[in-house]
Design a protein around this ligand. Sequence first.
Ligand SMILES: *[C@@H]1O[C@H](CO)[C@@H](O)[C@H](O)[C@H]1NC(C)=O
Ligand SMILES: *[C@@H]1O[C@H](CO)[C@@H](O)[C@H](O)[C@H]1NC(C)=O
Ligand SMILES: *[C@@H]1O[C@H](CO)[C@@H](O)[C@H](O)[C@H]1NC(C)=O
Ligand SMILES: *[C@@H]1O[C@H](CO)[C@@H](O)[C@H](O)[C@H]1NC(C)=O
Length: 679
Amino acid sequence: MKVAWAFLALLVGAVNAENPSEKDQLYQDGKTPAVEKIGEDVVPTVDQPKPPGTMINPRDMAVTCSSEQSFFYFFRRRRCANVLDSDVGTYWQNRNGAEESITVDLHGARSISGLVMVPGQNASSFIERHTVAISQDKKSWKEVAYGTWWPDNSEKLTVFQPENAQYLRLTIYQSDGPIAELNIYETEYIPPNPAKGAWGTTVDLPLVPVSGAVDPKSGELVLWASWQYNLYAQYKGGKTQTAIWNPYKRTVTQREVSDTSHDMFCTGIAFEENGNLLVNGGNTGFATSIYNTDSHNWTKGAKMNKDRGYEATTILSNGKIFTIGGSFSDSVAIKDGEVYDVDTNKWTWRHGASGAAIFTNDRDSYRMDNHAWIFGWKNESVFHAGPSQQMNWFGTNGDGTTDDAGVRGTDEDAMCGNAVMFDSGKILSCGGSVDYEKSPATDNAFVITIDEPRMEPSVMKAQNMKYKRTFHTSVVLPDGSVFVEGGQDFGHPFDESDSALEPERFIYNDEDPATSIWEPLQPNTIVRVYHSISLLLQDGTVFTGGGGLCGNCSANHFDGQIFVPPNLLNSDGTPRDRPEIVSVEPPSGTPGDTITVTTKGPIDLSASSLIRYGSATHTVNTDQRRLAVQFSDTDTDNQYTFQIPEEPGVAVPGYYMLYVLDDQGTPSVSKNVQVMSEK
Ligand SMILES: *[C@@H]1O[C@H](CO)[C@@H](O)[C@H](O)[C@H]1NC(C)=O
Ligand SMILES: *[C@@H]1O[C@H](CO)[C@@H](O)[C@H](O)[C@H]1NC(C)=O
Ligand SMILES: *[C@@H]1O[C@H](CO)[C@@H](O)[C@H](O)[C@H]1NC(C)=O
Ligand SMILES: *[C@@H]1O[C@H](CO)[C@@H](O)[C@H](O)[C@H]1NC(C)=O
């Protein structure tokens, strides 16, 4: 490699740097001190697992490019075929900035799992927006991945569900610089089985999505990492790397947010009644930021009374926001509840809601009050279901109250397990481990049923999961089943061993709860463990992404992937025809109000549901909740009514996705219903 010697020298210097501030400087510049050797050359890499399987020998493939400068001898180092020569000093020179593509011919069908692309090693080179498609015949193409890579010259990856194909095409839309190397990986094929769902498109992201939420107004995913796109530690930057994925326009845009001087890693998150997203604490312990879903701006909210990171936050029946715990940031202490009034932009103490009540016996004291499983409920109460074995009721009136709600059956502390309200007052808890890390996971599952505040809930031990899981994530689907994805059977952050690649879902039997079952789903190849998230999308599919954010830890996942549940697929794998919601009138109401829904074609009157828009980080999603909805027929064809649950707090305020299902159990795409508090 002859170009950019100065850059190489800088890089090698950095690798050997003993001085931590030099390393920090590299991270702050968006570079990492990690490198890899390709042939004779050293290229910067962002530590991330390579695509699954093995690299296909470049000699077994041929490439063609949409443009080529090879006419003169001088241009030989710019030829298309240079991407296969393991020499980073030669490259394919595309027309910078223009749409360009490179097509790989594998001389026969192979089960392709992903690619590694090395941009030209000019320090200012980058390739951002791209798509990856595969084909058997070079005529019909299937897009398997798209998105936006972080704009620097480090090695880039795309990983997707293995597909049999002879051709792969990488198209780039926004670039400044050539492509030096392109490697393709193959792995064992996973035969489709539509009865178990399917893994769809991969979305490549310019960050590790450790946190995210679905914007109710646009359907976009708002995703964020920390002050750095690949790292949360080292330097608390008072800024956050964010990305917006628009599933309709199929675009990913990157944005650094510094407007609120807030490193929003490891925060509490809650959707406000108006659909704005409140994010509190985290790496910047006292801060509150609010994402405005109309203007798409982040604005500064009031400071909390206590610094918090790893806290839990939820909306209340009155539209106010409650937060508790969180000793990860700044100070380890008993961190009692606080309530945020959206109208006055003010946090006030609720010392009666005891921060000590949520403690687990974690060996790390700063983790004993980690991300509690809290649910806003009737009469301004909050139900606390875990992860401590002990459960509690919090009151938020006056100075607040704490009441013992018993233990979660035979479960122990279930740190980094999941809890999902899959129907009114019915909470599934699953997995977790006694200590946050270095501790075996369980396959435990319980159904906790709550009714009136302060009353002891009933706890039913459910069938165990197929896999022991910690650091997994859960999403309730429109049919009421709970999709559980990822995790590992021993909790070791940033280590991907012992991870589960087969998701499963919990199917509750209302008639005879004891016979509720877990059902295995279609496996994938991308590990999702510590720092991964899952969120339900408006079309009834699930986004699952992330894992890592640990700099040089080799567990970073700069992507998400779509899981398509079985009830969206025909037996041959094609998408089912879906029922359709034509209108929802009025689109908002208060508890007890009647809403009229018009559909296209008949539906199953007893199978509709409202699912509150979710937000997720660190295995918790305090926003999601599903409420089964009973429709009543009207005199008009295909027109039905339903009532928003009468008692405030069952449908806590905020935006919900309304889904209808047909008699085959196929869900519609959702339409919004906004539940407002009575003020
Ligand atoms: C690096 O790339 C920039 C932009 O494409 C170009 O102007 C510059 O000449 C390149 N430098 C080297 C050393 O190739
Ligand atoms: C959003 O923020 C930008 C930059 O701070 C500002 O120019 C714009 O006016 C804001 N838009 C709204 C609707 O607040
Ligand atoms: C609501 O809770 C308060 C205490 O926080 C209690 O005084 C009141 O009776 C409760 N209301 C109902 C309807 O249960
Ligand atoms: C990763 O970074 C940490 C912190 O800078 C350092 O202590 C460690 O040695 C690095 N590990 C590798 C494999 O480079």
